[in-house]
Write a new protein. Sequence first.
Length: 272
Amino acid sequence: MGKLDGKVAFITGAARGQGRSHAIRLAQEGADIIAVDLCADIATVPYPLGTPEELAETVKQVEALDRRIIATKADVRDLAAMRTAVEEGEAQLGKINIVLANAGISVFGEDGSDIETPWNDVIGVNLTGVYNTVMAAVPSLIAASAGSIVLTSSSQGLKGTGGVGAPGNTGYVAAKHALVGLMRTWANWLGPHNIRVNTIHPTGVNTPMIRNKLMEEIFEAFPEAIEATRNLIPVPWVEPEDISNAIAFLVSDEGRYITGVALPVDAGFAAR
């Protein structure tokens, strides 16, 4: 018996990294999964994004746990696509109980010649994409008068340290802060429907967003950036599973009275 037996979780950014980890962890607890990922690159993002093959691997790993999963290639910036993913997933798995608005990008290393596109791309995925994800799925939760929503923010959604003033980085920090505002207003809106809404705030996580060649070059060229993102507990980053474990608790009955909370899983970063 798992903590999430009979539940259906809608997870964005599920091809790899935190999204895949969340899908596996919730499946271990008995949930079936509606998984979404863009499965394509975005021009301003300086590292490769998830691929169809990686999304297929997420499917394989969830199915190996004897759970059902419906995987869709879709852009969180497209509300109609999110609604279609929800409708098609629910037609096969049943109504959604859990929403993990996890998809996100980081844009860094810009030369400053374009101050518009990087900002728009980050805000589009990291803020509007979260809005679209929740708004596509929340009618099912309201109809059931039950559910749990977790928005993936960041340690940079609680602090502005580590920023370099470039539009992509600025957009990232702005979007991750804005998710706290969304969470709080949604917690108030949805609480009377017995729906809980929280944000989670990881420090750096061992995924391709920070483990890539350009990021290594930036840290080498600007050692002060390492200091600005240092954790209190002496680890350079945490693992995706560390975030997944916290989310599995939040969305289960063990966290049934936790709502409107910004939860750091950050090795003490926010306390610095």
